[in-house]
Design a protein around this ligand. Structure first.
Ligand code: ADP
Length: 173
């Protein structure tokens, strides 16, 4: 049974097999966690991303991690929040599912996710976090290679939300 954890801090510091990037569909870098990952990885990451040629919302692409402690980065494109009736939950769940399935196919055993879409893309935090935990738990049933998933939070308030969700998840098992 895979371990689900919450961590509060900078995802670029984590030594896991892959960190997930909340990218935009160009994969050419941006602000927020995307900017932090590109700054920490160095210019080689942007060159590899440019060669991929973009990624649709909900899908995921794998690159190397270059100067990051994590040897790989999984780039996924979250939905922009437009009120919640434009397929946002389906697309956000697809980000988590496709990232995990990509990691599974490449034999990556530990992964860290940022809180996809909850920054500039404005997805409300609590429902995004609940969807993330439920989708990861459900997808891991078919991902035996993955032993540990970390939800990387960037504020104490976000971290508390995940701690509550993960306590409820542990109790239900
Ligand atoms: P999106 O466009 O998908 O909303 P953002 O980067 O704007 O992406 O925000 C996604 C989440 O990443 C937010 O919760 C934000 O607080 C968080 N974040 C920003 N920088 C970092 C970082 N260095 N490490 C981890 N999380 C971060």
């Amino acid at each position: 049974m895979a371990i689900l954890k919450a961590f509060c801090g900078d995802i670029t510091r984590l030594s896991v097999d892959a960190i997930v990037n909340a990218a935009n569909s160009s994969l050419l870098g941006g602000g927020g966690v995307d900017g932090a990952i590109h700054r920490a990885a160095g210019p080689e990451l942007l060159a590899e991303c440019a060669a991929i040629g973009g990624c649709p919302t909900g899908e995921a692409r794998l690159t190397r991690g270059y100067r990051l402690p994590a040897p790989h980065v999984i780039h996924t494109v979250g939905p922009v929040w437009h009120g919640g009736t434009h397929g946002e939950p389906v697309a956000l769940a697809a980000c988590y599912r496709n990232s995990l399935q990509l990691a599974q196919r490449h034999g990556l055993a530990s992964l860290a996710f940022p809180c996809i879409s909850t920054g500039v893309y404005a997805y409300p935090f609590a429902p995004a976090a609940a969807l993330a935990v439920a989708t990861v738990r459900q997808t891991l049933v078919d991902c035996p290679a993955i032993g540990e998933v970390t939800f990387c939070c960037f504020s104490a308030g976000d971290f508390e939300v995940y701690q509550r969700l993960l306590a409820a998840d542990a109790e239900s098992r």
